[in-house]
Design a protein around this ligand. Structure first.
Ligand SMILES: *Cc1c(COP(=O)(O)O)cnc(C)c1O
Length: 407
C-alpha cells in the first residue's frame, strides 16, 4: 500500500484543516474576481464551535471549487490544499486498489458521469487518432450493462451493440459476441468502445474482459476498454483479488468507481480513472478563464466530496476495508444458504453481495414489503437484495421467514 494507511480521527482532522489552510480563504482574504464564495453565513455560520471537530462539514462551509482535473500539470491554484487530497484519492484508488501506475482522474458527480467521461474521451480519441467518422465508432457491452451507457450513446450520438448473456450465469455469450461484431461491421462500424462490468447493478455479475479482447484482437479491430466498477469497484477487488478488471490488465484503459454506493460517501462521489495520455482528448481549451483549462464533463464541483472519500478510506484503512467486505460476503452467504433450503432460485456471483431472486419464487407483495428492487417495474422477472451496511442478518431473517410461510 503506497497511499492507503489507517489514520486516527485526530490525524484526519489535522490533515483536512491543514489542507483548508492551504486553500484561499474567502473569510479573510481579498478574493475579488471569482463568482464564488463560502456558504451563506446567515445559514451556515463558519464560527459554529462544532465545526472544529467536523472536517467534512467545515470543508463544505469553506466551499472549495475543484473545477478541472488535478492530476495534470496545472490546475486552479486557489484550492491547492484540498486538490492535493483529491489527487491522493485518485492515486490510492488507481494504485492501491486497482494495481495501476501513475493515473489521471477526478471525482465526478457519479458513475453516470464517469462512464460518460470515458466514452467521450474514446470517441474523441478515435476521431483524432484514426480520423474516424462519428458513424464508424460504436459501443459494445453486455445486455446487463447500466443504463448510463445508453444515456452516453444519446448524448455523444453513438450507436450501441449489446451482447446477450446466458440467462442463468449472466456471462457474455461468446457466440452472440461474434454475431454482434458481424452485425456492427455490416453496419459500417470500425472502432469499438467496450464497456466491461465489474459487478452489474441488477445481478452483481462480472464480465470477463478477455472475451471481448480475444474476439476483437482476433479480427484486428481497434478498441478501447473501460471497466464500469460503479457498483463493484470498492467491493470486488477485495472479495476476489484474482481478477483481470483493473490496470494490471494492459487492455484496461479506464475505470469508473462510485464512492456513494459501497463506500457510503455523500452523493457526488463518482470516481473516474484513466491511464496517463488520454485525458487531453477532452480538453476544452475554450475554458480559458479556468487555470489549467477543463478536461471534465462537470465544470464546478465541490472539493468536500473528495475530502469525504479520503476521510472514509483513511478511517477504515485497507485491512478495515477488507474486513467490512468479508462481513457483507458472510451475510450474503447466509441468505443464499437459507434460500437454498427453501429451493428458491436466485443468481449470485460467489464474490458479490447482491442476491437476485427469480420472480417466480417470490410474490410481489413480499418483495414490496421488504423493499426489494425489481429489474423492471412493469414486468418484473427478478427482485434483488443488496447486502449493504444496514442489511444485517436480523433484517434478512424476517424475509426468509416470510418466504418459508409462502412456500
Ligand atoms: C449505479 C451504477 C452506475 C451509475 O452511477 P450513478 O452514481 O448513479 O450515476 C453505473 N454503473 C453501474 C454498474 C452502477 O451500479
Amino acid at each position: 500500500m503506497k497511499y492507503w494507511q489507517k489514520l486516527s480521527q485526530d490525524q484526519i482532522k489535522a490533515r483536512v484543516f491543514a489542507a483548508l489552510d492551504e486553500n484561499v480563504d474567502y473569510y479573510t482574504e481579498n478574493i475579488l474576481g471569482v463568482p464564488a464564495s463560502h456558504l451563506d453565513s446567515k445559514v451556515f455560520n463558519n464560527d459554529e464551535p462544532f465545526l472544529k471537530e467536523a472536517p467534512f462539514l467545515a470543508t463544505l462551509v469553506h466551499n472549495p471549487n475543484h473545477i478541472g482535473c488535478h492530476t495534470l500539470d496545472r490546475s486552479e491554484s486557489a484550492f491547492h490544499g484540498t486538490q492535493k487530497i483529491e489527487r491522493e484519492v485518485i492515486e490510492l484508488c488507481a494504485q492501491d486498489i486497482l494495481r495501476g501506475g501513475d493515473t489521471d482522474g477526478y471525482v465526478a458527480a457519479g458513475g453516470t458521469e464517469a462512464n460518460m467521461q470515458a466514452i467521450w474521451i474514446y470517441r474523441n480519441y478515435f476521431l483524432d487518432q484514426y480520423k474516424a467518422s462519428l458513424s464508424e465508432i460504436t459501443i459494445l457491452s453486455s445486455a446487463d450493462t447500466h443504463y448510463s451507457v445508453d444515456k452516453a450513446c444519446d448524448v455523444f450520438v453513438l450507436d450501441q451493440y449489446k451482447v446477450a448473456v446466458d440467462p442463468s450465469t449472466r456471462k457474455i455469450l461468446p457466440s452472440d459476441l461474434e454475431r454482434t461484431i458481424d452485425l456492427a461491421l455490416l453496419d459500417g462500424k470500425k472502432y469499438f468502445i467496450v464497456l466491461a462490468n465489474m459487478m452489474t447493478t441488477m445481478f452483481g455479475s462480472v464480465d470477463d474482459p478477455d472475451v471481448y479482447i480475444q474476439a476483437l484482437t482476433a479480427r484486428d479491430l481497434p478498441f478501447r476498454l473501460h471497466v464500469d466498477g460503479a457498483y463493484g469497484g470498492f467491493f470486488y477487488p477485495f472479495a476476489n483479488p484474482n481478477h483481470n478488471l483493473d490496470f494490471s490488465n494492459e487492455h484496461v484503459t479506464s475505470v469508473t468507481l462510485d464512492a456513494h454506493k459501497m463506500v457510503q460517501a455523500p452523493y457526488g462521489t463518482g470516481i473516474f480513472l484513466i491511464r496517463k495520455g488520454f485525458m487531453h482528448y477532452t480538453n476544452t481549451r475554450e475554458a480559458s478563464y479556468v487555470e489549467g483549462e477543463d478536461y471534465t464533463l462537470s465544470g464546478s464541483r465541490s472539493g468536500a466530496n473528495a475530502v469525504a472519500i479520503w476521510m472514509i478510506l483513511m478511517k477504515n484503512g485497507p485491512y478495515g476495508w477488507k474486513e467490512k467486505i468479508l462481513i457483507l460476503l458472510n451475510r450474503a452467504r447466509w441468505l443464499c444458504e437459507h434460500l437454498d433450503k427453501l429451493s428458491i432460485s436466485y443468481f449470485r456471483n460467489e464474490f458479490s453481495n447482491i442476491v437476485t431472486i427469480d420472480s417466480s419464487c417470490i410474490s410481489k407483495e413480499i418483495a414490496e414489503e421488504f423493499g426489494l428492487v425489481p429489474d423492471n417495474h412493469h414486468h418484473p422477472k427478478w427482485y434483488k437484495v443488496v447486502i449493504m451496511d444496514h442489511v444485517v442478518i436480523e433484517r434478512l431473517e424476517p424475509l426468509i421467514n416470510r418466504l418459508a410461510e409462502s412456500r
